[in-house]
Design a protein around this ligand. Structure first.
Ligand SMILES: *Cc1c(COP(=O)(O)O)cnc(C)c1O
Length: 410
């Protein structure tokens, strides 16, 4: 029932998926089943012939997945129209992880001889999927400084086989942003499609389809789930025929399907997306200003600060600033480690988008294997701390940061 035309995020997440089921369950039932039964040979034949492939075999679809997919479709399409004035309709496919959804995105759009253009400072798994897997399949990968328009135009000219431009905005851990609308115009003029990783912004902050994107990707593991209780990935597209044919075929044959338990956790998590994001965002703004004034800190990366190089792009395409911050401690790698060891409320963990604040130290954790000179090119310096700001009481966060920063420089 994604045609209810609901306006508010909380109304959408609470009322898009059907509440109807045989046993009057209020919450979406967990259909923990691999297969679905037929009453007769004729009924089986009818279901196989029909467009709805969600009640045949769970790799092809499952009613619990459908409820999550319809909710995300409605979130990303919220208030958007097609050129003819009709409501924008999207198709979402739920996957086992972000990486699985990204594999479907890349393999259904690119084959040997094609070129994929993307940019620096991508999520590590995305970059590795490009440079370690897609490359082996014969796809040419061009990672460029996509803010340089003449370089992008030249790259497109030299690579007429470009089928896809993949953007991640804002991107981890330095919160680099890319102008989605400007890149979509250039891509479409050159016959290429654009996919946007909307994991960090979520549809609460940013709707890439409003800016011309052809596909939107989420690691729903992060803010959409919100509680760090499962992995999920979602791929959405607006070319419904393409989504239902080629993309669906690759999804089903690559086998990166979700499962009913995780889909249920995602549905439950999304019910508070709006409430959580409001608090995440307001806490992040306060924490960023607190850190910026602190003498132990060299630099704060947060798109809400006018000092951030992409502050204007972020303001143009996001309704608020994303609740992800990174900051550079004076004192390099040792103070980074000391800070991480000193926190008492913030959780020491990688990942992002959970209700609690997560802190990590890329130089000694996620980016340890990348040579110092190379990671510094992407802004990952020795003293950089990444922080996914949670929904805790702000005074408690200040107290924890104050004491951990004092120990970091001691
Ligand atoms: C986590 C993440 C991914 C990968 O998703 P998984 O759910 O871990 O497979 C991709 N992009 C971004 C921006 C992420 O944060």
């Amino acid at each position: 029932m994604s045609n209810k035309n609901l306006k508010g995020i909380s109304t959408i997440v609470l009322h898009t998926a059907s509440h109807e089921n045989d046993n009057f369950s209020h919450t979406t039932p967990i259909y923990a089943t691999s297969t679905f039964t037929f009453g007769s040979a004729e009924e089986g034949m009818e279901r196989f012939k029909g467009d709805d492939k969600t009640k045949l075999y769970s790799r092809w679809g499952n009613p619990t997945f459908t409820a999550a997919e319809q909710t995300i479709e409605a979130l990303e399409a919220r208030g958007l129209k097609n050129e003819d004035g009709s409501d924008l309709k999207l198709k979402a496919l739920l996957h086992a992880s972000g990486q699985a959804a990204m594999s479907t995105l890349f393999f259904s759009n690119l084959s040997a001889g094609d070129t994929l253009i993307s940019h620096y400072s991508l999520y590590g798994g995305s970059q590795e999927l490009m440079q370690k897997v897609l490359i082996e399949a014969g796809v040419k990968i061009m990672l460029i400084d996509i803010h340089d328009e003449s370089l992008l135009l030249q790259t497109l000219k030299e690579n007429p086989s470009t089928k896809l431009i993949h953007l991640e905005t804002p991107a981890n851990p330095t919160l680099q942003c890319v102008d989605i609308e400007a890149i979509c115009k250039i891509a479409h003029a050159h016959g290429a499609k654009v996919s946007v990783d909307n994991t960090v912004a979520t549809p609460y902050l940013q709707q890439p389809f409003a800016l011309g994107a052809d596909f939107v990707f989420h690691s729903a593991t992060k803010f959409l789930n919100g509680h760090g209780s499962a992995l999920h990935g979602v791929l959405l597209g607006k070319d419904l025929a393409f989504m239902h044919s080629k993309v669906w075929k690759w999804h089903v044959l690559l086998g990166g399907n979700s499962n009913a338990f995780d889909a249920y956790l995602l549905i439950q998590g999304m019910k508070t997306l709006e409430l959580r994001m409001e608090k995440h965002c307001s806490n992040a703004e306060k924490v960023a200003h607190f850190l910026q004034k602190h003498p132990a800190i060299e630099k704060v990366n947060y798109t809400g600060l006018s000092s951030h190089p992409h502050h204007e792009i972020a303001k143009k395409q996001m309704r608020q600033h994303a609740p992800l911050i990174s900051f550079e401690l004076k004192g390099g790698i040792e103070s980074g480690k000391k800070f991480i060891n000193a926190v008492e409320i913030c959780t020491r963990a990688v990942s992002l988008g959970t209700v609690d604040t997560l802190v990590s130290h890329p130089a000694s954790m996620t980016h340890m294997s990348i040579p110092k000179l190379e990671r510094e090119k992407y802004g990952i310096t020795d003293g950089l701390i990444r922080m996914s700001v949670g929904i805790e009481n702000i005074e408690d966060l200040y107290t924890d940061l104050e004491q951990a920063l004092a120990k970091a420089l001691a």
